[in-house]
Design a protein around this ligand. Structure first.
Ligand SMILES: C[S@@+](CC[C@H](N)C(=O)[O-])C[C@H]1O[C@@H](n2cnc3c(N)ncnc32)[C@H](O)[C@@H]1O
Length: 209
């Protein structure tokens, strides 16, 4: 069995999914609050965990549909249980092999993409799933400039692709995106890396053509 899937099946049931919601929640909210959702839109969360971002976005008045996918079946079961709005939809699939014919205005992913077998293939798929002019928001705490997080791969004992900020930008550009970056820091956090480096958010913009 796929070890990434197996690991997150365990996390879905031992409280770690809710811990991630708490740990990532502050910086993700700060980032998402800077996005204007002032026109009707569709939203996808890749590696949605227990679905907390899907629920948050479904609350936006202009949200028409908020979808979460995750390769952990147990995460999807948790997401389904926590559903509060009929704009929410969840699918058990990895991004690479998802058969979906629709296109999204916004795609989001927090701390998930670097677990993909190939970040390159995942980005190509995400690009295809966006409408022209659509945007992909990707948050990562695990990047080589943020030295304190580099040891996570050894602790987790599963595949985690480590890249620098510069390499992340190149991965996005190679997939066809125009790219912007932003660090969201938590200046009062007890962890030094959260104060000094914080979460790296990359925004990939699919050109209008
Ligand atoms: C560290 S958790 C983050 C969950 C959630 N985004 C959050 O911030 O709470 C990573 C999640 O990504 C999922 N995942 C990893 N690789 C994936 C892939 N290729 N396609 C879809 N989901 C994936 C895992 O199963 C796991 O639930």
């Amino acid at each position: 069995m796929d070890v990434v899937r197996k690991t997150f099946d365990v996390w879905a049931q031992n409280g770690r999914a809710e811990l991630m919601e708490k740990e990532h929640g502050g910086n993700v909210s700060k980032f998402l609050n800077s996005i204007s959702f002032d026109e009707p839109f569709t939203f996808l969360d890749v590696g949605c965990g227990n679905g907390w971002v899907v629920r948050k976005i479904a609350n936006e008045d202009n949200c028409k549909k908020s979808i979460g996918i995750d390769k952990s079946k147990k995460m999807i079961i948790q997401s389904e249980k926590k559903k509060i709005n009929n704009k929410e939809r969840f699918f058990h699939t990895d991004i690479e092999s998802w058969k979906y014919t629709g296109k999204f205005d916004f795609i989001f992913s927090m701390e998930s993409l670097y677990y993909a077998d190939s970040i390159e293939s995942a980005l190509v798929k995400i690009y295809k799933l966006l409408k022209p002019g659509g945007q992909f928001f990707c948050g990562t705490d695990f990047y080589s400039d943020n030295k304190a997080t580099v040891k996570w791969a050894k602790i987790m004992k599963i595949q985690m692709h480590l890249h620098s900020k510069k390499e992340w930008k190149e991965l996005f550009q190679n997939a066809g995106f125009k790219v912007k970056t932003k660090h969201i820091k938590d200046l009062k956090n007890t962890k030094k890396w959260k104060r000094e480096w914080g979460t790296l958010f990359l925004t990939g913009i699919k050109p209008e053509k």
